[in-house]
Design a protein around this ligand. Sequence first.
Ligand code: SF4
Length: 258
Amino acid sequence: MSTILFPGPVFGPVKSRRLGKSLGVNLLPVDGKLCSFDCVYCECGLNAAHRPRLSMPTREEVREALEKRLAAMRDADDLPDAITYAGNGEPTSHPQFLDIVRDTRALRDAYCPQAKICLLTNATHLNREDVFEAVKLIDRPCLKLDAVDAVYVRFVNRPNTPYDVNDVIERMKAFQGRCIIQTMFMQGEFEGQSVDNTTDDFVNPWLEAIVQIKPEGVDVYTIARDTPVAGLKKAPDEKLAEIASRVQALGISAHWFG
Ligand code: SF4
């Protein structure tokens, strides 16, 4: 199974269907993966197989690397449409995340004021006041919510920090609509048990949570690359389209990616 690890604090740009030309920022160690989840579908691989030895980049290292890349992109007349925190694990676990977001906004304003600052996060650290403040400064925060079933979350997302899905939903609501909910739907099995969250048993309570959160939008997606465990299956396009249309019927924008 292949895994994707990013070799520096800045990577790409990558072409994104949603974001256009997106320059990636990896706040995690470059030699492994560090995440408060250990999702069975993670493209970076399982935590235990990729324990990093190196440290996270410092705030200064991130700022310098980002400025250097933005200056080069400006000189090449190739500025990004988005600057996205993603990479080798959970970006908000960086202890200087708030300061890094402030630096990024200053650099964005200086080099490419039209670019959106985006974040892919599993939402586990929203209970940290500094992280909550940082996420409010981000143009497009994408918050993971794969299911509201605690057993499913324990089995598939496998949090390694205290995680109460109802508490997380409350924190998502506190953004008052300024967030995107991102959900991985899949079928198949892991260790002999179903991981199918496309059935009404999972989708109906998830939709109820979406109604409560009232996000700006919902991204419905499925497995796109190799997974670190066998037995997982992509959700069919028809199922993804059906789930997205159920969100749209609630008056909330939704996109699906097969
Ligand atoms: S939250 Fe993202 S980075 Fe972390 S284990 Fe899950 S898929 Fe991987």
